[in-house]
Design a protein around this ligand. Structure first.
Ligand SMILES: Cc1cc2nc3c(=O)[nH]c(=O)nc-3n(C[C@H](O)[C@H](O)[C@H](O)COP(=O)(O)O)c2cc1C
Length: 195
C-alpha cells in the first residue's frame, strides 16, 4: 500500500514538473448545490450566449441574470465589431445597468460571454470585477463564431482571482440550439444540483 507521505511526494513532484504551485494546479472540486443557490449571469449581443444560459438554467433550475451595459452596443454588426475591438484591446470596462441584488445568496455562478476579439465581452469583465466571489464557484462559459475559446478563459481566470473555477464550457454560437447534450454533459461535470 502506498503511504500518505508517498502520495504527497508524488503529487509534489508532479506539480514541480509542471512548474506550478499545488494551489494553482489542483482542479476545482465538484460542488453539490441546491437550485436556489445557482446564478446564471450572461451578456449576449445577438442571442447565442443567452440561448446557452437558458439551457443551463433549465438544467440547474437556477436564476437567470442578464448583464447589461448602460450604453448598449450598436445594433449594426460592423459598428459593434469596431467599438468592441477598441474596448477589448484597451481593457475597457463599461458601466452596467443591472446588478445582482444579493450575491451572498449564490454559491455557484455560471458566467457567460460571447468571444469578442479573442476575449470576453467588456460587460462581462465589468461584471467579474463588481463582486466578491471569494469562496464561490464561478463557472465560465463562452460562445464563439469559429475561433473557439482563444484567450477568453485565461483572461476570465485573471479577473476572477481567488475563486474556484471549474473548466469553461465552450460552444459554437451558431449551433447552441443543437448543443443541449454537450451543455448538459459539461454542467454535470462541473456541479451536482440537488433536488
Ligand atoms: C464584436 C464581435 C467580435 C467577435 N469576435 C470574435 C472572435 O474573436 N472570435 C470568434 O470566434 N468569434 C467572434 N465573434 C462571434 C461571436 O463570438 C459569436 O457569434 C457568439 O456566439 C455571439 O454571442 P451572442 O449571440 O451571445 O452575442 C465576434 C462577434 C462580435 C459581435
Amino acid at each position: 500500500m502506498i503511504g500518505k507521505a508517498m502520495v504527497c511526494m508524488m503529487a509534489g513532484a508532479m506539480f514541480s514538473m509542471f512548474g506550478c504551485s499545488a494551489e494553482e494546479q489542483l482542479p476545482a472540486a465538484k460542488v453539490t448545490v441546491e437550485p436556489a443557490k445557482v446564478l446564471i449571469a450572461y451578456y449576449s449581443w445577438s442571442g447565442n450566449t443567452r440561448a446557452a444560459a437558458e439551457q443551463i438554467q433549465k438544467i440547474t433550475r437556477g436564476t437567470l441574470f442578464e448583464v447589461k451595459p448602460v450604453k448598449a452596443y450598436p445594433t449594426d454588426y460592423q459598428a459593434c465589431v469596431d467599438q468592441a475591438k477598441k474596448e477589448c484591446r484597451s481593457g475597457f470596462k463599461p458601466e452596467l445597468s443591472t446588478r445582482v441584488d444579493d450575491m451572498k445568496k449564490y454559491d455557484v455562478i455560471f458566467v457567460g460571454s460571447p468571444n469578442w476579439w479573442g476575449t470576453m465581452a467588456p460587460p462581462v469583465a465589468t461584471f467579474l470585477t463588481s463582486y466578491d466571489f471569494k469562496g464561490k464557484t464561478v463557472i465560465p462559459f463562452f460562445t464563439h463564431g469559429g475561433g473557439g475559446v482563444q484567450n477568453c478563459e485565461s483572461d476570465f481566470r485573471k479577473l476572477c482571482n481567488g475563486s474556484d473555477l471549474p473548466k469553461a464550457g465552450v460552444f459554437s454560437g451558431g449551433s447552441v440550439s443543437r448543443s443541449g447534450d454537450a451543455i448538459a454533459k459539461w454542467v454535470h461535470e462541473s456541479v451536482t444540483v440537488s433536488k
